[in-house]
Design a protein around this ligand. Structure first.
Ligand SMILES: NC(=O)c1ccc[n+]([C@@H]2O[C@H](COP(=O)([O-])OP(=O)(O)OC[C@H]3O[C@@H](n4cnc5c(N)ncnc54)[C@H](O)[C@@H]3O)[C@@H](O)[C@H]2O)c1
Ligand SMILES: Nc1ncnc2c1ncn2[C@@H]1O[C@H](COP(=O)(O)OP(=O)(O)O)[C@@H](O)[C@H]1O
Ligand SMILES: O=C(O)C1=C[C@@H](OP(=O)(O)O)[C@@H](O)[C@H](O)C1
Length: 546
């Protein structure tokens, strides 16, 4: 964001008078150890008089010129938190300066206080020339009606502070500043962002936009507390919410469930301008995406993943789908979301075993593309294996997990941006899945996906080693790293013949030829392994049996 030798604010705060721009801005700067600047105070320092005096002596146009010049300068030479005066964003020159700042990666945060709370606070202590003359509340409301739509459009981050103390409001602002954003380019559809951080769900309304009137909120019972928050945010933003609870986990990924949702959408008059929001694990976001992809041949949807695996994998990339009697994910559509909001606060209720299975897909991304993921996993294996959602937020482990999520999503974004429909490169995301899916099916889906994939990666490593593509040390490293995370590295649940038959039905197979993706030399270097020798395929299977 910064040009050489210049610095830009970490965030600019705008909002109505009394919203808390100064008070909350100072709280945030203290929490983040950053300097704080209040435009009004800087202006008074520059002109050598109070703002009311300047207004009285020179009038508002002259004041707005001084103000916009100072704001433009500060945006290019200050690296802390910068709070603007209430009317500042209404000046075209300031709007241009803020647009340039956002283009450079800046955050303009609209602090959306409850009008009643802000009005009351704005009238404390006076000193606000825009409220002089007549009923201050009436003037405040008139200004709000003029300014709110403009602030809403100018800001790229929106933080509601209704009922929040300054400290609570500051925490929300800080979460928005610290959140991580991964951009996913899509060749044949609109790009979208994956937002990762506490409070990411606050982006629901800006991501959905103002077109939808109705939102189908699809979720499962175990994530009720998180879908309650999504529902409240949607209703506060003015949407009509159809609450649709589906069966949990794989039981929710069926055509019967999808049909039930289609019937609801039909009965409630959902049109192409309406939207779907999926809240839950990967099964829920798969079903929600499938319904969005098929209702009227495609309506907007936003995923709010609540499990680690859903955050790092299932919710991103546009694969939507349901299961059939013939197997998993055999019916579906490539259909990309309008956005993915991975709200870290949802992990507070995630059971340990489900967090650990998500590490399987994180490790996979390390092996296929980003060795730094492997290093982080190794360094923090003990803490990760002991994950406890109830005590997780606000600890150093939260930053470690956020980094792992961001990196893993980057790996997925790189593959899906270049190859949405899995013609080649995207198949590398299937590392460990040929055997992994066979194990899931042999276990009648009692095994969790990430666990099966972990064994599948050990299998793929053994196969690659047998054929001279990687050395024994790297195979052993697969076992030691995955085991240190609490993931399984062997399986004894069925015959080679049965597994082989299932692998021949893998979507990477071509005709009667097996196809695998394996490491070629080391982490980050992948290759397609087509039609490997039958004896190696069987020997590798023997080696994953304990
Ligand atoms: N579309 C894709 O690209 C893609 C990629 C990977 C996996 N998937 C699919 O995702 C599914 C696996 O996802 P998953 O591992 O999230 O399984 P899941 O959706 O079955 O969730 C696992 C369990 O955890 C619960 N849960 C989720 N978040 C929770 C939270 N915050 N608090 C408490 N409980 C929570 C769920 O209710 C469920 O009981 C599979 O169906 C798989 O096929 C899809
Ligand atoms: N969330 C909040 N809860 C309680 N009081 C607040 C809150 N935000 C601001 N205040 C108080 O309201 C008054 C106006 O806040 P201020 O930050 O000056 O508003 P602004 O800069 O947006 O005009 C101050 O007395 C401040 O301490
Ligand atoms: O986005 C993709 O390409 C992936 C889809 C899923 O595999 P399947 O397509 O085999 O279900 C997932 O498990 C894998 O991690 C990556």
């Amino acid at each position: 964001m910064s040009d050489a030798g210049t610095q830009h604010p970490v965030a600019v705060i705008i909002g109505m008078m009394g919203a808390g721009k100064t008070r909350v801005g100072r709280e945030v700067s203290q929490m983040m150890g950053l300097p704080f600047k209040d435009a009004d105070i800087e202006i008074e320092r520059e002109v050598g008089m109070t703002i009311p005096e300047y207004f009285a002596q020179y009038g508002e146009p002259a004041f707005r010129k001084v103000e916009s010049d100072l704001i433009r300068r500060t945006l290019d030479d200050f690296g802390g938190l910068f709070a603007l005066g209430g009317g500042a964003p209404m000046t075209p020159a300031t709007q241009d300066a803020l647009a340039d700042y956002i283009d450079g990666g800046g955050r303009v945060i609209y602090l959306q206080a409850d009008p009643k709370e802000a009005m009351e606070r704005a009238n404390r202590g006076g000193g606000r020339p825009m409220l002089n003359g007549g009923d201050a509340n009436a003037r405040w409301m008139r200004l709000f009606e003029q300014r709110d739509p403009v602030f809403d459009r100018i800001a790229n981050v929106h933080v509601r502070t209704h009922g929040s103390t300054p400290q609570m409001a500051a925490r929300k602002v800080m979460n928005m500043i610290e959140e991580r954003v991964v951009h996913v380019g899509v060749v044949s559809a609109d790009d979208y962002n994956v937002r990762i951080g506490e409070g990411a769900m606050n982006h629901l309304a800006p991501v959905l936009g103002d077109k939808p009137a109705r939102i189908a909120l699809i979720h499962t019972q175990p994530v009720q507390r998180h879908s309650d928050r999504a529902r409240a945010l949607l209703r506060q933003a003015g949407y009509e919410v159809s609450d649709i609870v589906i069966p949990d986990a794989e039981a929710g990924k069926t055509v019967t469930v999808a049909n039930g949702v289609w019937e609801r959408l039909g009965a409630e008059g959902f049109t192409r301008s309406d939207a779907v929001v999926g809240v839950g694990g990967g099964a829920a976001t798969d079903l929600a995406g499938f319904v969005a992809a098929t209702w009227m041949r495609g309506i907007r949807y936003v995923n709010c993943p609540t499990s680690l695996l859903a955050m790092v994998d299932a919710s991103t990339g546009g694969k939507t789908g349901i299961n059939t009697a013939a197997g998993k994910n055999l019916v579906g559509s490539f259909y990309t979301p309008a956005g993915v909001l991975a709200d870290m606060t949802t992990l507070a209720s995630l059971p340990n075993d489900i967090f650990i299975e998500g590490l399987g897909e994180v490790a996979k991304s390390g092996f296929i593309s980003d060795p730094e993921i492997l290093r982080i996993l190794e360094e923090h294996a003990g803490e990760l294996r002991a994950f406890d959602g109830a005590s997780f937020l606000g600890t150093p482990l939260e930053d470690v997990v956020a980094e792992l999520i961001e990196r893993t999503v980057h790996v997925k974004a790189k593959h899906v941006s270049a190859d949405l429909k899995e013609a080649g490169l995207r198949e590398f995301l299937n590392y460990g899945h040929t055997m992994g899916h066979a194990i899931e099916k042999m276990e009648h889906f009692r095994w969790r996906h990430g666990n099966a994939v972990a064994v599948g990666m050990v299998y793929a490593a053994e196969l690659a080693c047998l054929l001279g593509h990687i050395d024994r040390d790297l195979v052993d490293y697969h076992r030691s790293l995955l085991a240190s995370l609490g993931l399984p590295t062997s399986w004894n649940g069925g015959s080679f013949e049965d597994v082989l038959a299932i692998m021949h039905r893998d979507k990477k197979a071509r005709g009667n030829k097996l196809r695998f993706v394996v490491l070629d030399g080391g982490p980050g270097r992948m290759m397609h392994l087509d039609d490997p020798p039958a004896d190696a395929v069987e020997e590798a299977f023997r080696r994953i049996q304990h």
